[in-house]
Design a protein around this ligand. Structure first.
Ligand SMILES: Cc1cc2nc3c(=O)[nH]c(=O)nc-3n(C[C@H](O)[C@H](O)[C@H](O)COP(=O)(O)OP(=O)(O)OC[C@H]3O[C@@H](n4cnc5c(N)ncnc54)[C@H](O)[C@@H]3O)c2cc1C
Length: 512
């Protein structure tokens, strides 16, 4: 230990991870000047990093110095070459994502309640969307790219979905249009929780300490009570930080289960096999990994994609497999940049000018896993997505339907006039050949979640109860994407913000 216990190592709350959810939570908890809060963040501040602050520059951060860039194990059926971006910077993945900002659909929250997350219903959660401090609105008219306008128009004709102006106005429905986005249209500043919750208070509030470039190594316990966290400081020394009230983990869906297992919380046989004494046997830690698998169709375009654009991922389509217009079960991003690396790896040569549509499966049934092979914190966690392994083949069927609908959209005016030819998978690729190509090139949408899932107190696979308390332990909660019982149909960031807000109320009042 480099530092003896003193006041600056003892706090009421330790929030570990200053990402999407953790930043909201630490800012809200520290509104009460009678408590002290330490926000422990492995990365540096985003305050002077223009690539993090300006939404349009997000791609410059991908696979760069702030990206933990996790690889997976060899995939049984899906793509084995996915690089899972995880940002190590204040704001977490909300500092380098594309800020698509959907309010959580009531249908999703109802499915959480059905999975044992009592008190997380749509009606209870709605006020938390209304009190968010981040700017969210549909891409403003001046920033709407004409190609995207044409694709969404073609989708309305091809799929029979309505035009949508604001998906956050009312309940989620099928449609085509520009996305709600977290950004300030005047300045281009992203709507991250670090910018809008932490920056305004981090140098002002005496009771909030933001400990940057400080990595939690293990959670410490006295019996079954979490008492603190051992951290690695920026200079490489270690310190024990103590929590008078609670330790709250917000490290995200990969690093939270990793931190728990390293601290002796997980499946007993897995924990002890690493030489770590088991604090409590919780077999659900690291299980239930979910992500939206995303496919890809690429066309040669008649012209290069021009401005304006906000993040390149500004518009999309929500549709249904059966062609109805109820709650969507297919999503399509309409990127202005083609992410063709996985097609190129298989030998496809992309022409200079391309456009693409990326269908994804919003309610995937496949489940993967995160685990550790070493107790050494410098060894990355192991990830197995197990894409397309659900026994009924639902995920693959939906993805292939998505490719079919994407081709229909491209064959419809006014998108048709922008297209020269289909480049990937190729117009003649069908059947099992198409299915195999789709599996070998699927990408992540970076929506990993569910690895410490919330459930009822008597559910042996649940890791946290509906108050987000780790089952069987005291003074330890999880507030991040790992607690999702079921992945949201839409992009999850706003749900993480709402969860940070709700967690602050639950912690303050003890009531759900
Ligand atoms: C490239 C990309 C694009 C995306 N685009 C969108 C989008 O457009 N819309 C959308 O809704 N979602 C999007 N997402 C997903 C969204 O950003 C995540 O779901 C969300 O940020 C997860 O929030 P979280 O609080 O669970 O974790 P994170 O935001 O990942 O935060 C975790 C934090 O914990 C810190 N940390 C980890 N381990 C430790 C440790 N041991 N000690 C201390 N700190 C630690 C990390 O540095 C990080 O700051 C995208 C993600 C990526 C990567």
């Amino acid at each position: 230990m480099s530092t003896a216990q003193s006041d600056n190592t003892v706090f009421d709350y330790l929030v570990v991870g200053g990402g999407a959810a953790g930043s909201v939570l630490a800012a809200r908890l520290s509104e009460d000047s009678d408590v002290t809060v330490a926000l422990i963040e492995a990365g540096p501040s985003d305050e002077n990093e223009p690539r993090a602050l300006q939404l349009s520059r997000w791609f410059e951060m991908l696979e760069g110095e702030y990206d933990l860039d996790y690889l997976s194990v060899e995939q049984e059926r899906g793509n084995s070459h996915i690089r899972q971006a995880r940002a190590r910077i204040l704001g977490g993945c909300a500092s380098h994502n594309t800020m698509i900002a959907f309010k959580t659909p009531t249908e999703d929250l109802d499915s959480w309640v059905a999975a044992g997350a009592q008190g997380w219903d749509g009606q209870t959660l709605r006020p938390y969307f209304d009190r968010l401090q981040v700017p969210i609105q549909p891409v403003i008219p001046e920033h709407r790219n004409p190609f995207l306008t044409d694709v969404t128009t073609a989708a309305q004709t091809a799929l029979g979905v309505p035009a949508v102006d604001d998906w956050n106005d009312g309940e989620l429905r099928t449609g085509a249009g520009f996305f709600p986005v977290g950004y300030d249209p005047q300045t281009g500043v992203r709507g991250s929780s670090s910018v809008w919750y932490v920056h305004p208070v981090m140098h002002e509030r005496a009771n909030l300490s933001v400990l940057l470039e400080t990595t939690a190594l293990t959670v410490e316990f006295d019996g079954l009570r979490a008492t603190g966290v051992t951290v690695k400081n920026p200079d490489g020394t270690t310190t024990l930080l103590s929590a008078r009230r609670e330790v709250i983990l917000s490290c995200g869906a990969i690093d939270t289960p990793a931190l728990l297992i390293r601290s002796g919380v997980g499946r007993q046989s897995d924990v002890t096999a690493l030489g770590i004494p088991c604090v409590i046997d919780l077999p659900g830690v690291g299980e239930n990994l979910m992500d939206h698998p995303e496919g890809l169709v690429i066309w040669e375009s008649t012209v290069p994609m021009s401005e304006p654009r906000v993040s390149d991922w500004d518009a999309g389509i929500l549709a249904r497999f059966d062609g109805d217009n109820g709650f969507p079960d297919l999503m399509f991003h309409l990127p202005l940049m083609t992410f063709g690396v996985h097609a190129e790896r298989l030998g496809y040569k992309l022409p200079e000018n391309t456009v693409s549509i990326t269908p994804n499966v919003p309610r995937p049934k496949s489940r993967g896993r995160v685990w550790l092979e070493s107790a050494d914190p410098s060894v990355p966690p192991k990830i197995d997505y197990r894409y397309f392994t659900d026994p009924d083949g639902y995920d693959e069927t939906m993805m292939l339907k998505g490719v079919e609908l994407a081709r229909q959209i491209a064959a419809t005016e006014p998108m048709k006039s922008w297209i020269v030819r289909e480049v990937f998978p190729g117009p003649d690729v069908e059947g099992e050949e198409l299915a195999e190509l789709v599996r070998r090139t699927n990408h992540t949408v970076y929506h990993v979640s569910g690895t410490c899932r919330m459930g009822s107190i008597d559910d042996p696979q649940a890791v946290v109860d509906p108050q987000l308390r780790v089952r069987g332990l005291e003074s330890l909660r999880i507030v991040d994407a790992s607690v999702f019982p079921i992945l949201t149909t839409i992009n999850p960031m706003v749900t993480l913000y709402m969860m940070g807000e709700r967690a602050s109320d639950i912690i303050r009042t003890g009531v759900i």
